[in-house]
Ligand binder design. Structure first.
Ligand code: ADP
Length: 516
């Protein structure tokens, strides 16, 4: 049997951590690891040192090592135990980070401290490089969001020009050939806009800045609208679109109609894209949760190419497609399902798939919707069509000459006479000069990004001048913060570019009742 003393001595000597005994003035004893760690030739030499001698003059916090060592020793004496990180210095001068544990003990009938010093330089280095990596990732993520916001603005503005000009062109007298070409160009511009909108949604989902809205709408109408949009593409492939609603289908529910429609458009257009013959079915089921909420389950069933079991999880990831040849054959970005699932989650629901290769796929969307107790909801907008002759006057602040031209032409069609200001300051001035004169302006359309004075500032100025006209702000950037900024400045509404004529009409109907 090895003596107990011997056992403890072995533990003390074999430790890789420096172990030492000290009182408030100096070191009393240490193990071999101490000599190794501090580059010290012998225990005797080590015992002539004060803790501050094996530390740089100042600790990284700026306090002198001597003062801080006294403080830490005092604390250990008082509390019996003290653990802290400490910058040490070897006798060779090299500095290193250590974790120091001081514990009170008795030695030769005296109250002394045992210090265990563990070199944590590697750990610290790793921690530092992790912190740097996190910081860099955060900087990169902010840069990416800013880049996307700028690019979205830059791209959406010219697309607005392209789409609006095409709409005007399609509304004019064209030969069949010209109409076909103009329609092709219009459809391509719309797909380009869809891709940009997907990329924008993706960045907004990442930034957590998507707001889910609550509006009352008819579930049947939403499905009809989705089928209406995709009917022609389905017809071109001789595919049938069928929907089935159970008897307990509510007339109206409350949820985010636009986002729900976006999910359904994505599911049905995927079903059409990946199916060559047969029928695409949309089945609904409503289950009451409580007096206020119900679950709406929508299944989009196709008998198309199907998805391999191993890919069924992956397709919900951003930029992910089941097969790398998909882009070549069918197009797409691999964003639609990821966005749809994220939106479903934001709407208190989920999106899942079950599928068999060669037999087809079923996408199941579950969302919680609020029960709408009203029997009728204002549906004016949908029935209204685009024929208008408002006979009103509008003040437009817009700096882009192409957009100025296009918007004036769009307004002409609606019987609205307009005056253009190139920037916010001019708009305020034109308004000021018009006060008391006839015919007066009826509405203001204000671009947000303009030189000299932006739309938000100009709206604030107009309100200060007592202007009570409806102000609609135009923005290329759909961020929630921007919307709030406009509303706080006194705008009545806002329109995200690129917008189509029917959206303008929708807004004008709210503010410019014909015949007023
Ligand atoms: P995209 O359609 O733009 O590629 P999605 O995120 O909408 O992006 O879809 C991702 C992938 O999931 C598609 O590329 C396709 O491989 C697969 N997929 C989606 N829906 C279906 C479907 N109904 N049938 C077969 N494969 C599908």
């Amino acid at each position: 049997m090895v003596e107990k003393d011997e056992q403890f001595r072995t533990l003390f000597e074999l430790s890789h951590d420096a172990i030492m005994l000290l009182d408030s003035a100096s070191f009393l004893h240490c193990n071999d690891a101490t000599l190794k760690i501090f580059d010290c030739p012998s225990i005797e030499v080590f015992c002539t040192k004060h803790p501050s001698d094996i530390s740089p003059e100042f600790q990284p916090c700026g306090t002198s090592s001597f003062d801080l060592a006294q403080h830490q020793i005092g604390r250990a004496m008082e509390e019996g135990h003290n653990r802290f990180e400490w910058k040490h210095k070897r006798l060779s001068g090299e500095e290193f980070w250590a974790e120091v544990t001081l514990s009170q003990t008795r030695w030769n009938d005296e109250n002394v401290l045992q210090a265990i010093v563990r070199d944590i330089s590697e750990q610290k280095k790793l921690q530092h490089s992790l912190e740097v990596a996190i910081k860099n990732a955060e900087i990169a993520s902010i840069a990416k969001s800013e880049f996307l916001a700028v690019i979205s603005h830059e791209i959406r503005t010219p697309i607005h020009g392209v789409l609006s000009a095409q709409e005007l062109l399609l509304g004019s007298d064209l030969t069949d050939d010209q109409r076909e070409n103009a329609t092709l160009a219009h459809n391509s511009a719309r797909s380009l806009l869809n891709i940009i909108n997907d990329v924008l949604d993706f960045s907004k989902i990442e930034a957590g800045s998507i707001d889910i809205e609550s509006v009352a709408f008819s579930p049947k109408q939403v499905v009809n609208d989705v089928f209406g949009l995709l009917q022609r593409i389905a017809d071109n492939k001789s595919l049938k679109l069928e929907c089935d609603f159970p008897e307990n289908t509510p007339t109206y529910v409350v949820s985010d109609q636009t986002r729900l429609q976006q999910i359904l458009i994505n599911l049905v257009s995927n079903a059409v894209k990946f199916t060559d013959r047969g029928t695409i079915k949309l089945l609904s089921q409503f289950t009451a949760q409580n007096a206020e909420k119900m679950n709406w389950e929508v299944q989009v069933v196709d008998n198309g190419i199907g998805i391999e079991a191993s890919k069924q999880k992956k397709i919900f990831e951003m930029f992910s497609q089941a097969d790398s040849s998909t882009t070549r054959k069918y197009g797409g970005t691999g964003l639609g399902l990821a966005i749809s699932k994220a939106l479903a989650n934001l709407m208190d629901g989920d999106l899942q798939v079950s599928s068999k290769v060669g037999e087809g796929s079923t996408f199941t969307l579950n969302i919680n919707v609020e029960i709408c107790h009203k029997d009728e909801v204002d549906q004016d907008e949908e029935e209204s069509g685009l024929q208008r002759d408002y006979q009103k006057r509008m003040l437009i602040a817009e700096d882009n000459p192409i957009n100025q031209q296009i918007i004036q032409k769009q307004l002409e069609v609606l019987g609205i006479e307009s005056t253009i200001a190139d920037n916010g300051r001019d708009a305020v001035q034109i308004y000021q000069e018009s006060i008391g004169k006839k015919p007066a302006f009826d509405i203001v359309l204000m671009d947000i990004q303009m030189p000299i004075m932006n739309g938000v500032e100009a709206t604030t100025q107009l309100r200060k001048l007592g202007c009570t006209l409806p102000v609609i702000i135009l923005t290329a950037d759909a961020l929630k913060e921007k919307r709030e900024e406009c509303m706080n400045a006194g705008a009545n509404s806002f329109l995200v570019k690129p917008f189509e004529l029917h959206q303008l009409v929708g807004l004008f109907d709210d503010y410019l009742r014909v015949g007023d």
